[in-house]
Design a protein around this ligand. Structure first.
Ligand code: SAH
Ligand code: DHB
Ligand code: MG
Length: 222
């Protein structure tokens, strides 16, 4: 089994289970035109996030790591009309591309992009003491994932869902000798989950057009 097979299967499944989506295609084209890295979630993964958020009935969503807003559009599509999504992005340039993509997708009212390092914008969000978030998607700089997880727990309520991307990294996550700081970041995050009695968590390995990686999916239980 190799990436070519996984990519073929992604294509097969997407061609049968998903419909043509000019809005998402335009977002990917705009990302490419702006030279953003092609590290968005895959179409099938985007729909997976969308389904999770819909199943959960999320009305308030938080995303850490916007890039061009591809995953943001998938998540925002799970919201009711008056739902809210806050997405955090460090790079002004990424945020501008995302804003245009989200406007084209019809989410200029529901989605708020906050530009700045998430470790600075998260405390600001907490200070605003709005209602808790129902769903959090963590997908930014991997080194800080444990800190983002800790904020996610603070900003949610029992019943909320937290999903973390890129946990497995071609299997490196199980290599306790790894010197890759991004993988070490994910290992610190996993250890933090182990010590956090307020969440119930699982890990899900994935293969596909993006290679071999995986998610951690959690429910806040208390
Ligand atoms: N969720 C997107 C992909 C995000 S890529 C999708 O699937 O479509 C990761 C993003 O996190 C990049 O845009 C990067 O600029 C941003 N990022 C990196 N460090 C960050 C930080 N400290 N705070 C906020 N965003 C950050
Ligand atoms: C990278 C980041 C991501 O969020 C992702 O899904 C894939 C790759 C990266 O930084 O390489
Ligand atoms: Mg990712």
């Amino acid at each position: 089994m190799n990436k070519e097979t996984w990519t073929q299967v992604d294509g097969y499944l997407a061609s049968r289970l998903m419909t043509d989506d000019p809005v998402l295609a335009a977002a990917l084209a705009a990302n490419k035109a702006a030279d953003l890295p092609a590290i968005d979630v895959s179409p099938l993964q985007g729909k997976f996030l969308h389904l999770l958020a819909s199943l959960q009935g999320a009305r308030r969503l938080l995303e850490i790591g916007t890039l061009g807003g591809y995953s943001t559009i998938w998540l925002a599509r799970a919201l009711p009309k008056d739902g809210v999504l806050v997405t955090l992005e460090a790079e002004e340039r990424h945020a501008q591309v995302a804003k245009a993509n989200l406007t084209r997708a019809g989410f200029d009212k529901n989605v708020q992009i906050r530009v700045g390092k998430a470790l600075e914008t998260l405390p600001q969000l907490a200070d605003e003491s709005k209602e808790p978030f129902d769903f959090v998607f963590i997908d930014a700089d991997k080194e800080n994932t444990a800190a983002y997880f800790s904020w996610a727990v603070k900003l949610t309520r029992p019943g909320s869902v937290i999903v973390v991307d890129n946990v497995v990294r071609t299997g490196e996550v199980a290599n306790l000798q790894t010197e890759d700081p991004r993988v070490q970041g994910m290992q610190r995050f996993i250890e933090a989950v182990k010590k956090e009695p307020r969440v119930s968590a699982t890990g899900l390995q994935t293969v596909g057009m993006k290679g071999y990686d995986g998610f951690v999916i959690m429910r806040v239980i208390s």
